[in-house]
Design a protein. Structure first.
Length: 346
């Protein structure tokens, strides 16, 4: 009888032991440090920390191949938000606002600690950011501003796109051309960069009575810009300034001019203006093939990292909006040192 009772007790203890191990396994999550996942929407997920020590961030950005600026911006973020630096980061890329908003909603459901957002469009963010706030997810804007209540995000690390436009337009005004006949190549409509850079030129056209030969969006794309400029050339309309809202569109415009044997740059027939300060563009500037290039600083990861560290330490941010320091470059003044220091990309 005693042997039967002893055997029964051993079975019960063994069973309880197995139940305990199973519960521990079910309650923990582990994954390979090198693992990643992707979806049709270009989302890349880092692995989840088994110890829960990593700060979980969802990074929503525009297409990394959109421009040299965006490539540099994405590279900067990926270098900073790594496991080695204490982050579990997932990336999502799209130039469509609705897709970005859907990605933000998914990041909220996934329980990220922070959403880092470079919005494709300024409008439409209030609802999803309110959801983030309700769920305790803190939102940090980078690169671009949005039209949303300030209490829906904790910090904004951005370029002053309006100032970029104003700096460029003031430079153009200072050239004191005999006449201003301008081809205006706009970026993707509704983006902060497009709104700021277009707004400054629109004001100058009105106040200074400049002639706007055409104003069309080329969506940051060189080929579309080339087609627009080619159509103006074919129309026979007179122009002497090309104001392109990024370097790639300026490159496309120049390709159309070269094809038509129209001179451009310092002392030539057409003034060429771009933005972003890609290294190759600044070299064109120094060679005097272009006239002006406006800086747009893509290196924002260190600023964001600093904000997150302060928030994690319970500190109060002294500045909600951090404006990146930027300048414009003139072909007659740019140096090799400027190209080395401010040029982005190869």
């Amino acid at each position: 009888m005693k042997k039967k009772i002893l055997s029964l007790l051993l079975v019960v203890c063994l069973g309880l032991s197995l139940v305990g191990c199973g519960g521990n396994d079910a309650g923990s999550t582990q994954s390979d440090d090198n693992s990643s996942s992707s979806s049709s929407n270009n989302e890349e997920g880092g692995s989840t920390s088994s110890g829960g020590d990593l700060i979980k961030v969802g990074i929503i950005n525009n297409d990394s191949n959109e421009s040299g600026y965006r490539t540099a911006n994405n590279k900067d973020l990926k270098a900073k938000f790594t496991k080695e630096n204490g982050y579990d980061a997932s990336f999502f890329y799209s130039n469509k606002n609705d897709e970005q908003i859907a990605a933000a909603q998914k990041f909220i459901q996934d329980g990220v600690n922070y959403i880092l957002l470079s919005a494709a469009n300024k409008a439409g963010w209030d609802s999803v950011l309110q959801d983030a706030k309700t769920e305790g997810v803190q939102v940090i804007l980078f690169d671009r501003t949005i039209d949303a209540k300030e209490d829906l995000y904790v910090a904004s690390i951005v370029s002053d796109m309006e100032k970029e436009g104003e700096t460029a337009v003031n430079w153009l005004r200072d050239q004191k051309l005999k006449e201003y006949n301008i081809i205006h190549l706009q970026g993707e409509m509704g983006t902060a960069a497009q709104v700021g850079r277009s707004g400054a030129l629109d004001k100058a056209v009105e106040t200074d009575k400049w002639n706007l030969v055409t104003q069309q969006t080329a969506d940051w794309n060189a080929e579309k810009a080339q087609q627009i400029v080619q159509s103006v050339i074919d129309s026979g309309k007179k122009f002497n300034v090309i104001y392109a809202e990024n370097d790639d569109m300026a490159k496309g415009a120049v390709a159309a001019l070269d094809k038509a044997n129209i001179s451009h740059g310092v002392g030539e027939d057409v003034v060429i203006m771009g933005f972003d300060c890609n290294k190759w563009a600044l070299k064109e500037l120094k060679a005097k093939n272009w006239n002006y290039d406006g800086q747009c600083n893509p290196f924002q990861a260190n600023y964001i990292d600093d904000v997150i560290k302060k928030l994690e330490a319970g500190e109060t941010l002294t500045e909600k909006t951090i404006i990146l320091d930027e300048k414009g470059f003139d072909a007659n003044e740019i140096t090799d040192e400027d190209i080395k220091q401010y040029g982005i990309g190869g």
